[in-house]
Design a protein around this ligand. Structure first.
Ligand SMILES: C[S@@+](CC[C@H](N)C(=O)[O-])C[C@H]1O[C@@H](n2cnc3c(N)ncnc32)[C@H](O)[C@@H]1O
Length: 267
């Protein structure tokens, strides 16, 4: 059975770890139900259901975030970016042209919030922030609100299509938008098909439509974007065109993964 799991999870080491996590998870069930539950977990995993959906939650910066299909599962890359954000408030020294004095960051907006992981972490570690978070998906906002109730944070989650919503001004905008191109999507791992396609894929060929639109809104002094590994130069150009200087950061795997930008025009 471990060999079958290995085919799904990629390596023997990973398969063993996944089996251990599933065994740990069934311990919360009555003893006479545990084997049946474990068999069901394994059956689903062999059908390529992501482990995080099977286990029902993930750790994200020390917070337990519920995971339910088809809402995007929080990724470690996003966790790294959020950690940088959490640590840079209030000096904002991870952004260009800042860091000499404390910035007054109070109003934050997250676009495309999914499970709510980024906003929930920001609110947990900086409870005084006033955070709005939007997503077009009803299941995503429902899950964000469930997570919020569990974590006792203070974020205003709303169902909104960001291409139609009329925004007010904010100090900081953070967004991990869909950025996978339609052709890249065809070659992704099977387990990704359990997540909402429109949480991942853009309609345009380069995966840039969200960056183009959001940068053109010019509603915040600071912008933090997660990006695809090949998009850094193009997204920096988009930001520059809209009056933002920016810094690219790599993820733990050495790939360009986020852009922190400061507007030249906001005071
Ligand atoms: C890559 S996921 C990011 C989720 C979450 N922020 C995270 O990092 O785990 C992108 C999210 O964008 C949402 N989305 C797609 N199109 C949108 C739109 N037009 N307006 C608002 N949200 C949208 C999807 O529903 C999805 O939850």
């Amino acid at each position: 059975m471990i060999r079958k799991l290995q085919r799904v999870s990629g390596s023997l080491q990973q398969a063993k770890a996944e089996l251990r996590w599933m065994k740990d998870a069934v311990k919360s069930y009555p003893i006479d139900k545990q084997q049946e539950k474990l068999d069901w977990f394994i059956t689903r995993r062999l059908r390529h259901v992501p482990l995080q959906y099977i286990l029902g939650s993930v750790d994200f910066l020390g917070l337990n975030i519920l995971t339910r299909p088809p809402v995007l599962i929080p990724r470690w890359e996003t966790e790294e970016i959020t950690e940088r954000l959490v640590n840079t408030i209030p000096t904002m020294d991870a952004f260009p042209n800042t860091g000499k004095e404390l910035s007054k960051i109070t109003k934050v907006v997250e676009l495309c919030c999914g499970s709510g992981c980024i906003s929930l972490a920001l609110s947990h570690y900086h409870p005084s922030l006033d955070i709005d978070a939007f997503d077009i998906s009803k299941s995503a906002v429902r899950l964000s609100k469930l997570n919020q109730r569990k974590l006792n944070t203070n974020v205003d989650f709303q169902i909104q299509d960001i291409f139609k919503h009329k925004f007010k001004d904010y100090d900081l905008l953070v967004c991990n938008p869909p950025y996978v191109t339609p052709s890249e999507y065809e070659n992704l791992a099977k387990s990704l098909y359990y997540e909402d396609k429109y949480a991942l894929v853009t309609k345009d060929k380069l995966g840039l439509e969200f960056y183009e639109y959001i940068s053109s809104l010019k509603i915040s002094k600071y912008i933090c974007f997660e990006i695809g590994e090949k998009q850094a130069t193009l997204v920096q150009e988009i930001l520059q065109k809209n009056g933002y200087s920016s810094i690219v950061y790599k993820d733990m795997a050495g790939k360009d993964r986020s852009i922190f930008a400061t507007s030249q025009f906001h005071s």
